[in-house]
Structures are given as structure tokens and as C-alpha cells.
Design a protein around this ligand. Sequence first.
Ligand SMILES: [Zn+2]
Length: 298
Amino acid sequence: MSAATFEKGALSVHFGEKSGKYPDGNQVVVRGRDSKVAFDTPLVANRLGEALAGTDLVILGHMHEDHAAGLHLLPQARVVAHSADVEAVRSWDGLARHYGYAPEVLNDFRARIEREFHWTARPDAASYDDRASWDLGGTRVTAFHMPGHTSGHCVLLVEPEGVAFIGDIDLSSFGPYYGDATSSLEQFRHTLRAVREVPAKIWVTSHHKGVITDRATFLALLEAYAEKLDRREQAIAAYLGAHPSSLDELVAQRFLYPRGYELDFVDAAERRTTSQHLAALLAAGRVREDGGRYYALS
Ligand SMILES: [Zn+2]
């Protein structure tokens, strides 16, 4: 059994190892009068026993391997994901397109997520859209589409508890992640403003921060988190100021992950992240491109 939990009305949060640091995550369970719902199923789900047993519905706030690691425990439960992420839940092909890595990377990646995250396709998964809501009996869940991390990423608000599960808007010191094929830097920037308007009093992240119980702390963490986007963009612009570079050369510089951190997907994530910042810098007139090389404009 998991030791650490946070309780609020019908909702419980079961913390994963190290406050749900990747590869683990924090498990939210909401028990209404009529049904029992899990938000995502991170690795910790595999250690919860009774706390998760009998779950009727799994609402995925988004699809990534570390959020689906307990689905295999709940073959009878209904599984739902936002329509922009649901194909990634239904099949390997959908998941491969969702990540968008090169075929040789995907082969190793599939083997690793099967081994480490119990990954299995859920062809029965159904889709939901922005403002979908579920009445569990005395408590209600509403989805707010907040894309960027993935194109279907949603915040799940539990009322009357006033708890928002903000998923991988994780407020970590790493900063926002938008390194997959369906991720979007531009949408993430918008989401970081929109998430302030969700009428919550308590915020729960999938990783690291866990539960935040006052708005001033939430807003301060959100601001620091959003600043990471500008810092990355500034770092790329500053580097180009001294070293006009190709995208390959920028990827080798590692503006996202520290050098030496070499998991299978890192190169693809650096490439996707850096290209989105280059597009933003080009659009802002801060960088120009000539023959595949990028130059900073002062
Ligand atoms: Zn994620």
C-alpha cells in the first residue's frame, strides 16, 4: 500500500515515489456515491490494491506512458481520453504517431514501455472533448482542454471539492515539456495563461509538486514555470548570436536536457523543442535562416 495520501471530500491523492517524480506519478481517485473514478494510472497504481480496485472509469488527462501504467490492472473499467489523444491510447500506431520518434527509436521505446510501464493498447478507449463532465453522485468532474504538453492534454476539475488535477502542467523546475510530435510550444504558452482561470482552490500535479493548497503559491510556481520557456528561447538566441548553427548543431547543444542524459527519446525531444523555438524566433524577427543555418539578428 502507498503510505502518503491527501484527502479532500470524495477525492484522494496517492503519491508516487519522490512525490511522483518521473517515471512515477501521483494517483488521484474520486469516489462518488455512484461511481469510482481514477485520473490517469501512474506506476504507483500498481501498489495501491484496494484503493484502486473496483474503479469504474479512468479519465486520462493526457496520454503518455507514465500516465497509463496501471491500465492493465483495470481491464473492466471504461477508459476515456480527449479526442486529440485517444488514438494514442487505442493502438501502438496511434501512440507512435503521438510521440513521432524515428522508427528505430520507436522499436526500443516500445520494448521499454512494455517492460517498465506495463503498456498495452486499449482499443476500447472512448473520447471526450472540452468541458465534458461526469456526475459521480455528489461530486462532478469537468475537463478543461489545455493543450501543449500533448494536443489532448486536459485539466480535470473536481467539484464541489474545488480541486484541479493539472497533470503535466507539472510546475517542476525542469519546466514545460513539449517535445513530442503532437506537443505545441504555442499552445503551451496559451495554456499557461488559461490554467489560471480554472476555478480551483487546490491544484494537484502528476509529478514533483503534488498538492498546492493556496493560490499565491500556485501562481508563483506557474510564473517560474512559464519563465523556463522564455529562458530556453533566450538561450537559443544567445547561442546563435555567437555561433550561427544548423538545427543538428543546436540539437547537439542540448537546450532542454542536460548533456549526458541520454534516454532513447532525448534526441527527438530536443529536435522538436528546438525547432519550435526557432519558429518562434523567426516569426519574431529575432533570427533568420539561410541555407539551413540560423543567424541571430540584433
Ligand atoms: Zn506527459
